[in-house]
Design a protein around this ligand. Structure first.
Ligand SMILES: Cc1cc2nc3c(=O)[nH]c(=O)nc-3n(C[C@H](O)[C@H](O)[C@H](O)COP(=O)(O)OP(=O)(O)OC[C@H]3O[C@@H](n4cnc5c(N)ncnc54)[C@H](O)[C@@H]3O)c2cc1C
Length: 433
């Protein structure tokens, strides 16, 4: 049987290969780099398994947890129970679970009005948690009610510079002025769904299990999806004189949207829609020290506007000597071009301003995500409809990735499952070419 060609071995591409295999359909994955996992990869560096991007998952995510069960991955570590945010130049503790003590602390740090605003928003997100996603439709109502202004236009200043910036840098590597409330509502609804964990040993364990037995061509960069008379006929590989075209009738492009736009010519309305979706670049540094860097009781710090650090956490609850520095947000974008050693020094200096430390660095690894995290777009449901309609005009092409069903690993798996479904709905994959 002719294989489906998948572009990209991130979680969306690996997921697509898995869901195809479950239906007895072979696939070939073309991966530009020399490893799988993409923006959620686990990288081996000087004896450490460093997670360079996505790692936390919720016990309420159906597809992710089904895969963990299927592969017998059962060793997890809980996420930090709360954050510290820098507010009015000092560290303020915020717990994820709702307690009266926590509410009072929040009200005293933010002011009563802001605390009420935040609690109302979180309560709305929690109450709609089960129906809030890009497939069920409820999100469209939220978009109509909220997306006429970016997040900073809706809330008081202390919220925007404090807890809401915490959310926007984590979920979109962006400032509150750069994201829209529907995405914030989706993110906050996640607090009402299950508990959050990371896989002991790294998310790479799941990627390795998904990759096992699959045909993956590493170092295989697709430069164009060849479309003739409205149907996919091939994949152009490589560049310049080394270009060659590989025949392909069924393709799932599992790459970020800005990459997809370079690979295929979509109808104008779909391209215009796609161009409203924003990705924000960031860098993630894993660094290990000879002793704890975080003070007792502090695991995770969100930094203030103007800092090059968006977020910084001890790697897992039990490793205060292993720090994940995330350089995200507007100020970070000004320094992302720096060489590794300067970037590490700048991150440490910004951290030490809030939490002075004397520990000696043993090793560090810098992962740059120039494509960044998907920050979606206002009124995204409409954008998605146009985008999928445009892709639907090309027979044999389907898309999966972080820009369709939520920019979490679960969202990527959902998009992969739906892409396989749509491909089956449109084509008889068992027919010979
Ligand atoms: C710092 C950070 C923290 C995050 N934290 C979390 C978290 O805790 N929990 C969570 O659920 N999510 C998290 N995310 C989001 C999550 O990691 C991503 O949504 C997800 O990994 C995206 O997967 P993907 O398969 O869609 O894309 P990618 O992982 O980007 O995979 C695309 C793949 O395609 C390859 N590729 C690109 N172009 C080509 C080409 N032309 N030809 C061939 N191959 C190509 C790339 O090399 C890559 O391997 C985080 C992301 C980042 C960056």
């Amino acid at each position: 049987m002719e294989p489906v060609h998948i572009i990209g071995a991130g979680i969306a591409g690996l997921g697509a290969a898995h869901y195809l295999a479950a239906r007895g359909i072979p696939s070939v994955i073309h991966e530009a780099s020399d490893l799988h996992g993409g923006r959620a990869a686990t990288v081996l560096h000087e004896g450490h398994a460093f997670e360079v991007g996505g790692k936390n998952f919720s016990s309420a995510w159906p597809r992710f947890n089904a895969l963990l069960r299927e592969f017998g991955i059962a060793e997890f570590e809980p996420q930090h129970p709360g954050f510290h945010i820098v507010l009015h130049d000092r560290l303020v503790a915020l717990e994820k679970s709702k307690t009266l003590k926590g509410d009072l602390r929040l009200a005293s740090a933010l002011g009563f009005r802001a605390a009420v605003q935040l609690n109302r928003f979180l309560a709305e997100a929690r109450s709609k948690a089960d129906a809030l996603n890009y497939t069920s439709g409820l999100i469209e109502q939220v978009e109509r009610d909220w997306d006429h202004m970016p997040i900073d236009g809706h809330f008081s200043r202390s919220l925007v510079d404090g807890p809401l910036r915490l959310f926007t840098v984590i979920m979109g590597a962006a400032e509150p002025s750069e994201l829209y409330p529907s995405l914030l509502m989706l993110f906050c609804s996640g607090f009402g769904k299950g508990q959050h964990f990371a896989i002991r040993g790294g998310t790479g364990r799941l990627h390795d299990a998904l990759a096992d037995g699959k045909a993956i061509r590493y170092g295989s960069r697709v430069s164009r999806i060849v479309v003739e008379r409205g149907r996919v006929t091939g994949l152009e590989m490589g560049q310049g004189r080394a270009t060659k075209v590989l025949p392909a009738r069924h393709v799932i492009a599992a790459v970020p949207l800005h990459v997809l736009l370079r690979l295929v010519e979509l109808p104008a309305y779909a391209r215009v829609a796609a161009e409203t979706v924003r990705y924000r670049p960031l860098a993630l540094i894993n660094a290990v020290y000879d002793r704890p860097v975080f003070a007792e009781g502090v695991h995770s710090i969100m930094f203030e506007p103007g800092s090059i650090l968006g977020h910084c956490s001890a790697n897992r609850l039990h490793r205060p000597d292993h720090v994940r520095f995330t350089l995200s947000g507007r100020a970070a974008r000004e320094v992302l071009h720096l060489p590794d050693d300067e970037l590490i020094a700048a991150a440490e200096a910004a951290f030490a301003k809030r939490m002075p430390f004397e520990a000696r660095r043993l090793t560090a690894h810098v992962a740059r995500h120039p494509g960044g995290i998907c920050g979606y777009a206002p009124y995204f449901s409409r954008v998605k409809r146009d985008l999928l309609r445009g892709v639907g005009t090309i027979a044999g092409l389907e898309v999966a990735g972080d820009y369709l069903e939520g920019h979490t690993m679960e969202g990527c798996l959902t998009s992969a499952d739906l892409a396989v479904d749509r491909l089956f709905g449109r084509e008889d994959l068992r027919q010979p070419a």
